[in-house]
Ligand binder design. Structure first.
Ligand code: EPZ
Length: 416
């Protein structure tokens, strides 16, 4: 097992190239199951989750090769089962259900089970597939799904679900007839998936709004695509600049995807200069409190909640952070308090009262974004912080030690 050691107090400075988006790469890789031929994706981030879905695709018989340029050929599939051993390490594995069912009429996918941030059911995915004609049964912790041919349907999502929208968009792409998704997720990753599915030959309109119309086609073909920048990685490093009073320019990022975060960081007193495709962030010693409520896109992203909490731990005054997407996404609070943070939980809100300094401590990562918040806190804490269970971090952040070292952080990864 590896752990990260960070000595706080360095002001991070320099330029950083943002990696490709994890939450875009995952559905795009699942979408190759709909195609025959060789798909090529560039700017694929080298992450734990990408390795996991590559393993899953290979298990089905797909040919997957390469690293930051990935080629995926799903012409011959000879297995339709996503085993618990893989699904339990990555919930996004549910994204293979729609494509397998649509193209092959069968799929057996382990239920993801709960995770550190909440129960995270998949009822909306299953409700939608049933309305398209699939028979779904749950036994032994697995979803068994079958259909002769999926049919278009009008589907209303009871809750805005990112992978639910993506799963059904993929299934509907080669269903018979037209599917309308209402209360669809509007995240940029949903929009990029629709762009790529249309490049494959699909007929999808409305992605990026809450009503998406998909006119089913017979077949889809392989494509080449460069994955868009990771807005959550970008946001995390923006906060690294803010929390260390640094000056970081992020290249290869899309400021359009970060409006809610930029607004909040400016309220806190951080200077941000936006140019085409790049963002410059300059920290300040005087951080002001603010309130944050996580919402579906374009609201403040839940995937940035833990990170902005680390920043607000050092802001003047009291901030209220309300988590409206997941029921238990405060696992980082206990660890931040071990570093001297003053945080009180009340239901789904965290009351954060600023302190002058944080101090180093041995802390444990519990989930992907919680681990990012501990890294941010460690960058500014007095002394050397030790973070264990860093496999959580490596699921979603590419080359963290290299990127932070290049910006001047005192960071090293060691074996426990
Ligand atoms: C996606 O997860 C992201 N993952 C998550 O990022 C992100 O936090 C989340 O969307 C919200 O933005 C990927 O895209 C791979 P949801 P997803 O379905 O699709 C409830 C990260 O850190 N719900 O939008 O699983 C659910 O419990 C990860 O990169 C149902 O009730 O999230 C949650 O409360 C973490 N029934 C809410 O909806 C369903 O069938 C939103 O979940 C589906 C979801």
């Amino acid at each position: 097992m590896k752990k990260i050691l960070i000595t706080g107090g360095k002001k991070l400075q320099g330029t950083l190239k943002v990696s490709g988006a994890k939450n875009s790469a995952l559905p795009l890789m699942a979408a190759t199951l709909l195609t025959e031929g060789c798909n090529t994706f560039s700017q694929v981030p080298q992450l734990g989750d990408i390795k996991t879905i590559s393993k899953l695709l290979r298990k089905f018989g797909t040919h997957v090769s390469g690293n930051d340029v990935l080629t995926i050929d799903a012409s011959t599939i000879n297995s339709f089962e996503a085993p618990y051993s893989l699904v339990k390490t990555m919930r996004a594995s549910i994204l293979v259900l729609g494509p397998l069912l649509a193209r092959f009429g069968r799929a057996r996918v382990s239920l993801p089970g709960g995770c550190a941030i909440g129960s995270r059911p998949v009822d909306q995915h299953l409700k939608a597939l049933k309305s398209m004609g699939a028979t779904i049964s749950l036994e032994g912790g697995y979803i068994s799904a079958a259909c002769t041919q999926l049919k278009g349907a009008r589907i209303y999502f009871d809750i805005s679900t990112v992978t639910g929208t993506e799963n059904i968009m993929m299934a509907a792409a080669i269903a018979t007839g037209t599917t309308v998704l209402e209360n669809a997720a509007k995240e940029p990753e949903v929009e990029e998936l629709a762009i790529v599915l249309n490049k494959m030959g699909a007929r999808i309109e409305g992605a990026g709004t809450d009503v998406i119309t998909i006119e089913g086609v017979e077949t889809l073909h392989a494509v080449e695509h460069t994955i868009m920048p990771d807005r959550i990685e970008a946001g995390t490093y923006m906060i690294a600049a803010g929390i260390t009073e640094g000056d970081i320019t992020l290249s290869h990022c899309n400021p359009q995807h970060l409006h809610a975060l930029i607004e909040k960081l400016e309220e806190i007193g951080i200077d941000i200069i936006i140019n085409d495709g790049s963002i410059r962030v300059m920290g300040t010693p005087f951080l002001k409190n603010t309130d944050v409520k996580t919402l579906p896109y374009p609201g403040f992203p839940t995937d940035m909640q833990a990170q902005i909490m680390a920043l607000l731990c050092l802001a003047e005054g009291t901030s209220i952070i309300s988590e409206s997407i997941f029921e238990d996404r405060f696992m980082h609070v206990g660890e931040l308090k071990r570093m001297g943070a003053n945080i009180r939980l009340e239901g789904n809100s965290a009351i954060v009262t600023g302190v002058d300094t944080l101090s180093a401590a041995p802390v444990m990562a519990t989930d992907l974004r919680a681990s990012a918040s501990l890294v941010l806190a460690a960058l500014v804490a007095r002394g050397e912080t030790e973070i264990t269970r860093v496999y959580h971090l490596e699921r979603g952040y590419e080359a963290v030690e290299d990127k932070l070292s290049q910006l001047g952080a005192a960071i090293q990864t060691v074996n426990e």
